[in-house]
Unconditional design. Structure first.
Length: 265
């Protein structure tokens, strides 16, 4: 696939709904912002914040960093992600991948959206390995209980193509929780092995890495404000705003754009 130009990628993102007018409804966005302000752990992604964010401040930041509608009176309907902000963040992410390749860093990949983003991470992983980077894995088999589900269910850390995900022992599962990344870093410590120099991740995998002080870049949807707040506070390097619920092949132009920008094709 020939990488798209910036203008072509903007057109593609808007046409698909990965950015522009997105499927994530306004009411869902605002509900999640309120839950983060209320310190709901499920929406904190394992992060703590030095600033006691208010609802109005979260909405203002999400408008600035993500492109959602800034008007507090707009409470129902379609919301937006600014495709220019998406591509600005993709370019910053690509520049950090290029630096990792130049330094031949130890890198780690992990996703709470295995059905949607794993192939993108795998493509970037292969490109970095080809440039001499080392992929770090650890914590495989660690399990934890999701007590908010009825009945409670277990999640297990699994590495697929050197990308960390969680399963329910049968299938890959969507996850916000930070527990898997915490266990991965703890396992590295217990084994006396160095932590990664860069984590490429999302959801609780990214949040827990950032909270631990590991350099992290990744993705977040407009209803997941935690990583954007963490970026504003300096705990996350780059958060790319986009709808993260599309099919894996829908992100192919995006991942090619990053590889081209990073000089990894």
């Amino acid at each position: 696939m020939t990488p798209p130009t910036r203008a072509e990628l903007i057109t593609y993102l808007v046409r698909t709904g990965i950015a522009g007018h997105v499927d994530t409804p306004r009411q869902n966005n605002l509900r999640h912002y309120r839950r983060l302000v209320q310190k709901d752990p499920y929406h904190q992604f394992g992060l703590t914040f030095s600033h006691d964010w208010t609802y109005s401040e979260v909405l203002a930041l999400m408008s600035k960093r993500c492109g959602v509608v800034a008007d507090e009176e707009y409470v129902w309907g379609i919301d937006t992600i600014d495709p220019d902000l998406t591509i600005d963040a993709l370019e910053a992410l690509a520049d950090r991948l290029a630096l990792a390749a130049e330094r031949r860093e130890r890198v780690m990949f992990a996703t709470g959206h295995p059905r949607n983003l794993q192939e993108t991470y795998s493509a970037w992983k292969d490109a970095l390995v080809a440039r001499g980077c080392t992929v770090i894995t650890a914590g495989g088999g660690y399990s934890y209980e999701v007590t908010t589900e009825r009945p409670p269910n277990r999640r297990i850390v699994v590495w697929q193509d050197d990308v960390a995900i969680v399963t329910d022992t049968r299938i890959a599962r969507h996850s916000h929780h930070p527990f898997a990344m915490r266990a991965i870093l703890a396992d590295l410590t217990d084994r006396g092995e160095a932590w990664p120099q860069l984590v490429i991740a999302d959801h609780g995998f990214a949040g827990a890495a950032g909270e631990a002080g590991v350099p992290v870049v990744g993705f977040a949807d407009c209803n997941d404000p935690a990583l954007f707040l963490a970026e504003a506070e300096g705990k996350v390097l780059v958060t790319v705003p986009m709808d993260d619920g599309y099919l894996t092949e829908d992100y192919a132009p995006l991942r090619q754009y990053v590889l081209a920008r990073a000089g990894l094709l």
